[in-house]
Unconditional design. Structure first.
Length: 324
């Protein structure tokens, strides 16, 4: 009671609702603050390549260390008891490597496809700072990490301190997984498509193959067999299409990581426009198809006429991540 009274006396100009909310938060945080601090440190973390994710709301860049399939994940766990002379009685402490697919607005929500667990400490008491090493040796990782619009495929470490008659204390650390493909045995097939409007427009466009690596070069051509349109411009776009499937509905979202203007003005019959598009330097993704969700890429040729009409044709391509 004295605590509340003192706060009100010192903050007469503060909004009552704000003051009460702040006071309750301070009291709750003091009572429910974990009795243990947990740090997860990965071996050689400072020297590892990181995947960067930008939080669009806060603008904060999150750097997540990258691992490959078969690569060991090791490091140290440090446990610090809050308050001098205090102890934490626990029923065992574990660390888990977890991989899961998280689909937003889905009844099942999370589908865990990987869970490896190791014991760090047997049941007992923690009286002071304790540090221990962990190692998930040569662990297999099935899928590429992915952060999308409606679905995420995550890998993370989870340290869990089991307490007697209390909720466990947990700490998480994300990791990112990049898998590499071998495309040496793939046989490319050329893509040939037509765009046609009767007695008005007939275009052929051709690309050299139906699959590309994330750092590849797209080569092709566009040939005008007939053109009676007043074309304003033409664009070549790379579209990434994310499709999520659950028991009730499917949801499709598209992003356009590349939009490249290849022509300005109206060409004449018989004109050929070469295409040369470098993919390196863009934030592209390999193709994914896991049943619960898929990520596919499409080359789209878009024509705009002077009256604001839009004509387009799309062709699906496979995208791969290689070590080149």
């Amino acid at each position: 009671m004295y605590f509340f009274f003192g706060l009100f006396l010192c903050n007469e100009d503060v909004n009552d609702d704000t003051l009460i909310t702040s006071t309750i938060y301070l009291i709750m945080s003091s009572f429910f603050r974990p009795s243990l601090d947990i740090d997860i440190n990965l071996d050689n973390e400072d020297n590892k390549e990181c995947h960067e994710i930008v939080n669009n709301k806060k603008g904060i860049v999150e750097k997540i260390p990258i691992y490959e399939d078969g690569e060991s994940i090791s490091g140290t766990i440090t446990l610090r008891v809050r308050g001098e002379g205090k102890r934490v009685e626990h029923q065992g402490i574990t660390i888990s490597l977890i991989g899961g697919i998280d689909i937003r607005d889905s009844p099942t929500n999370n589908n865990t496809f990987l869970q490896l667990t190791a014991d760090l400490f047997a049941p007992g008491d923690l009286l002071n700072t304790q540090t221990t090493h962990f190692n998930f040796k040569n662990c297999q990782k099935q899928y590429n990490s992915y952060k999308g619009i409606n679905v995420d495929l995550n890998y993370y470490l989870k340290v869990k301190v089991n307490l007697l008659n209390k909720a466990p204390i947990t700490k998480y650390k994300k990791i990112w997984v990049n898998l590499y493909d071998d495309v040496t045995n793939l046989k490319p097939k050329p893509i040939k498509l037509d765009i046609g409007i009767e007695n008005c427009l007939h275009i052929e466009f051709e690309f050299g193959k139906n699959f590309y690596t994330l750092n590849d070069l797209i080569l092709g051509r566009i040939y005008f067999l007939l053109n009676r349109l007043k074309i304003k411009k033409m664009e070549l776009c790379l579209i990434t299409r994310e499709t999520t499937n659950n028991s009730t509905k499917s949801k499709v979202c598209e992003t356009v990581p590349i939009s490249y203007e290849i022509m300005d003005g109206s060409p004449v019959k018989g004109e050929t426009i070469p295409i040369r598009l470098f993919l390196s330097g863009y934030n592209l993704l390999p193709s994914i198809d896991l049943g619960s969700f898929s990520v596919k890429s499409y080359l789209s040729l878009v024509i705009y006429d002077e009256d604001g009409r839009r004509y387009f044709k799309q062709a699906e391509i496979d995208m791969y991540r290689t070590r080149e």
